[in-house]
Design a binder for this molecule. Structure first.
Ligand code: HSE
Length: 314
């Protein structure tokens, strides 16, 4: 654990996992926390300073002024709590690939939410529903921020009282593998390619696969191939990321449960056993000229954490 930062009112250390949203049929609903991590140290000051130091993924593109997403999120939470925004020093080391469909913006929002929670601890307290509500207000949909906050597999929805989630533990036989390309994809472009209405049979198709996917991920990994089929978003978005769709199709034809990770362009394979992942890597090497970097990951079961340097965990 680091030392308190000189002159700071408070210093908190934050860790947030990557996430893969949708998982095929569960558009805007299902999400899985994965073992890439952003690490941040956030200190508050009794002045108006703003210092942001970023290293790791996306460091060259991430703004270091008040438009920074972590800063905007902290400001949103302080305003929501009716507290004045403190001066901030943020040191971020990002391990979540940036702009690749692995929840980097959800991770930034989650980091900001947890930073504000830690900086306000003892004055303002937040329960899980409040954290998810605040994160969803910033991110727009809860499917990335729910697993980033809580870990594991999450079902997220907008209920009668706002954003809500159910966390489930994933069957130990499920082995995630992620293929990350060198190019990025814009979530808003991907969303713009989807029609406002879909045929009823496609809606029914996704309802059945989403229900099956919850069973496959928690109890029956052998059902993952059928359970990860989708008709609501992947094909519509395909023209914006043809290499991604090609890899998904090649892997699925060979029996691997492959999906577009989030809004793309990474590909997530949910292998039904760690031993099968190497076969998927070899197949990917043989079917595409695109340089994909394969990462064999674990499901993160903990979700984001925040620790106050002076006072221990919060
Ligand atoms: N469910 C979202 C989408 C995830 O696919 O657009 C990306 O933020």
């Amino acid at each position: 654990m680091g030392e308190p930062v000189t002159g700071a009112l408070r210093t908190v250390d934050i860790t947030v996992p990557a996430t893969s949203a949708n998982l095929g049929p569960g558009f805007d609903t299902l999400g899985l926390a994965l073992s890439f991590y952003d690490h941040l140290t956030v200190s508050s000051f009794d002045d108006d300073r703003l210092e942001i130091i970023v290293s790791g993924s996306g460091a060259d593109e991430i703004p270091t002024d008040a438009t920074n997403l972590v800063v905007r999120t902290i400001a949103h939470v302080f305003a929501d709590a009716g507290r004045p925004m403190p001066g901030l020093r943020i040191v971020a080391d990002n391990g979540v690939p940036h702009g690749r469909g692995l929840g980097s913006s959800g991770a930034a929002v989650t980091a900001g939410i947890l930073a504000a929670k830690g900086l306000l601890a003892g004055d303002v307290e937040f329960d899980d529903d409040a954290l998810l509500r605040l994160a969803t207000e910033l991110e727009g949909h809860p499917d990335n921020v729910a697993p980033a906050l809580f870990g594991g597999l999450t079902i997220a929805w907008i209920g009668e009282r706002g954003p809500a989630h159910k966390k489930l533990l994933v069957h130990r036989g499920v082995a995630p593998l992620v293929f990350v390309p060198g190019f990025t994809m814009s979530t808003s472009l991907a969303r713009s390619l989807q029609p406002p209405q879909v045929p009823r049979e496609d809606a029914v198709f996704n309802v059945s696969r989403s229900a099956l996917l919850v069973a496959a991920l928690t109890q029956s990994p052998e059902l993952l191939l059928d359970a990860t089929a989708d008709r609501l978003h992947q094909d519509y978005r395909g023209p914006a990321m043809p290499e991604t769709l090609r890899l998904v199709q090649a892997l699925r034809q060979a029996g691997f449960a492959a999906v577009v990770s989030g809004a793309g362009p990474s590909v997530l394979v949910l292998a039904d056993g760690p031993g099968h992942r190497q076969d998927a890597v070899e197949l990917a090497d043989s079917v595409t000229d695109t340089p994909w970097t394969a990462h064999m990951l674990a499901v993160d079961v903990r979700g984001g954490t925040v620790r106050n340097r002076a006072e221990g965990s919060t």
